[in-house]
Design a protein around this ligand. Sequence first.
Ligand code: NA7
Length: 515
Amino acid sequence: MEQTQDMGTDRQNPSVVIIGAGMTGIALAIKLKLSGITHITLLEKADSVGGTWRENTYPGVACDVPSHAYTYSFAPNPHWSSFFAPGREIRAYFQSVFDQYDLGNLTHFNEKVTRCNYQQEKWLVTTESGKNFSADFVFSATGFLHQPRYPDLPGLEDFAGAKMHSARWDHSVDLKGKKIGVIGTGSSATQMIPELINMEGTDVSVFQRTAQWIVHTENKPYSEKQKQRFQQDHSRIERVKNLSLYIFEQGTTALTSTSWFYKTLHKIFAWNAVRNLNKKVKDSELRKKLTPDYTFGCKRVVLNGAFYDAMQQPNAHLVTDKIDHISMTGIVTADGTHHDLDIIVMATGFDSTAYMRPIELTGRDGLTIEEAWRDKMIAYRSMCIPGFPNFFLTLGPNSPVGNYSVIAISERQADFAISLIKEWQKGNLPTIEVKKSAFYNWYSNLKDKLRTTVWASGCQSWYLDADGDPLTWPDSWKAWTRMMDTAAIEDFEKAAPTVINSSSSPQESYSLAES
Ligand code: NA7
């Protein structure tokens, strides 16, 4: 039987449903609580917190942003074990913050949201188990790299050995002494490959479709003394964090700015990556295969200090011939070679365009998200979509800011949404629904710039939508924060907006052509 949990309407303490108890969902719940909004329900599909850090448990998983910069601003952590923290430690950090802010009593685990429906000025959120939650506001905090992308390779189903996606690691598979094939050379693959190669008796074939730009990073552990100092004096943590973020900010600006200085910096970053490759990889044939043929930064730059060394071990093989098909016992490449394998690992990335889907999202007047996004996936300031009042998307289209720390982005988005909720509480907005004109203006200001960025310079990556337009922010971190900090109330409907009639075609009622 369906159970509806109607949390009532109280402008001073509205009811809020947050979907997902990962990094963003936890930040939202805390920031809402701190702002006095306590009527919160956190719905999590799995049995524990952590999002991507719960799901990615492959050997060597770590964050590619320095640990002190990948930390909530309100919960500094003097205990990080190393400059780049391993995945299990990051997950434990999120658990500890979740506990510290007592979010357990707001959270329903094992409740996978299947539907969100706006009716009579309320959202009805339905879970797979049949529960219904009624709320004034809904936040989608489902992350943007959460739906594994499996390669479409003939014969994959026939493979008789173990096979797994990097984000669905099967820890029951014994890797020792095995012939392992890794498909892909992105951030996940380059982290796991050195670990697999160092395991006893393994033989690892790496199937590379496109060579990566790799910036050398050292992952130094923090000594007990350093951790003690961090604990005694939090300004030390701030210094490490600010320096790390400054470097990432410069890197991001170098990918987007057309100024002479940043263009030169971009060249220096690229030169440095080439120098690293030349220094590390002695064999000219291997070096050639590992040399990218597209502009630095077009794909997400890989930060790694172990991959090149690992690929020169006798039990490592770099295969650059195209995969033709999978047999029962291995991978067959286009040159006809059969690569015998016991295990296939698909480090083939994620569907970065899934956002809140497969949740069925239906806004005002029956408008579905599929109709709203029929022409293009756009969200005003990456968060708000006309026809979807009181609904906030986090880490939506155009919110990755280069390689910058995504925690800082989530926190800023939470602040922006809360500032709008405050206006609604004061009665300045009937509902929080972005005007179509503001939505179109916002994207048209980005559109041209997006097409001139390095991400649109001719490579394939998870940064691009189906039209080949980047889903990133096409400017610097500073420009992004300026945009997010600018008051926006005039961009929202002050009176009940015109009906988005589901009987008229969505193209007519809601189309990019209006921009
Ligand atoms: P990525 O960065 O999307 O990398 C996926 C890799 O898999 C990449 O090398 C792809 O090659 C390769 N790939 C994908 N499909 C195939 C097929 N069919 N055949 C051969 N190779 C394939 O995912 P990650 O998990 O490594 O990283 C995702 C993000 O997580 C990362 O950017 C960080 O932000 C954290 P391609 O380059 O497309 O030719």
